[in-house]
Design a protein around this ligand. Structure first.
Ligand SMILES: *[C@@H]1O[C@H](CO)[C@@H](O)[C@H](O)[C@H]1NC(C)=O
Length: 264
């Protein structure tokens, strides 16, 4: 790897601090009880950072999302780690019955509701919900969505890097929420590289990176965990995975995989 690629997270961390540190400190000084709750602190920091960051992150991923979400999402959609609800911008709304956002960070809920309302999804119409749980709280999620096997489309976009117990969480979400025979997962995630040197640097950066970016791990083979979760329908190219090599030869800390897998 090139030195500039190895050090590239420093630029992101510097940008994160320049956006979020001052408002973060002001909030903590006003609410010192937050110091007793590290997870609240981390969510606060990430929400302050996500407001200026999310538009750039979204536009960098625009063409991938247009190829993944727009043509395929349908029915009842469960958006895991909805953030500010950017997935809504890519849905073909004529094919969506209900949009459910799973987002444990309550600082982000007002943005999700506002974006959903813009496209006609509201709690009053019963075609919208926000679930304030983590992806690992599978029992509570299943109850809230109205039972097992009720979801047509699970969408996960740059989320699974930061869920706890990822293998178990991913498998439970897929098996418990998706309809068998036809339910699909649409994913766009940055994953562990196939290159040994990149893998090494991903593991070196992960503990530091996670402090600033909501516990995000750079070194998870998320795409393999998804593929290994259950039996998928591989008939006639129904299920497929795309590799998006970012930059020259893909030897980058962030390499992305998208996929659409359909349950058997
Ligand atoms: C995925 O499944 C394959 C085949 O069962 C197995 O060889 C591989 O180790 C699994 N990979 C991961 C990352 O769990």
């Amino acid at each position: 790897m090139k030195l500039k690629d190895i050090l590239s997270p420093l630029l992101d961390i510097r940008a994160a601090l320049s956006f979020a540190l001052l408002p973060f400190l002001i909030t903590v000084i006003k609410n010192p009880f937050l110091l007793l709750h590290p997870s609240k602190l981390s969510r606060l920091f990430f929400s302050l950072l996500w407001t200026p960051f999310s538009e750039g992150v979204d536009s960098a991923a625009r063409s991938a999302k247009q190829g993944l979400v727009t043509p395929y999402a349908y029915g009842v959609v469960l958006d895991i780690g909805a953030g500010h609800g950017h997935t809504l911008d890519y849905l073909d709304h004529s094919r969506i019955k209900r949009y459910i956002a799973l987002e444990p960070n309550e600082h982000m809920h007002s943005q999700i509701s506002a974006r959903a309302a813009k496209y006609g999804y509201t709690k009053e119409k019963d075609n919208f919900d926000i679930i304030p749980f983590g992806a690992e709280e599978i029992e509570r999620i299943v109850m809230r969505i109205g039972g097992e096997h009720t979801i047509d489309t699970l969408a996960t976009i740059m989320t699974l890097c930061s869920v706890p117990s990822p293998q178990k969480t991913i498998q439970s979400l897929i098996i418990r929420t998706l309809k068998p025979r036809g339910g699909q997962i649409l994913f766009y995630e940055h994953v562990q590289s196939d290159w040994h040197d990149v893998k090494y640097w991903q593991s070196m950066w992960t503990p530091i990176w996670g402090i600033f970016f909501d516990g995000c791990s750079m070194n998870r083979p998320t795409h393999i965990w998804i593929r290994n979760s259950t039996e998928w329908n591989w008939d006639e190219g129904m299920s497929k995975m795309w590799t998006e090599e970012s930059g020259e030869s893909g030897r980058q800390l962030f390499s992305f995989r998208s996929g659409r897998f359909i349950r058997q």
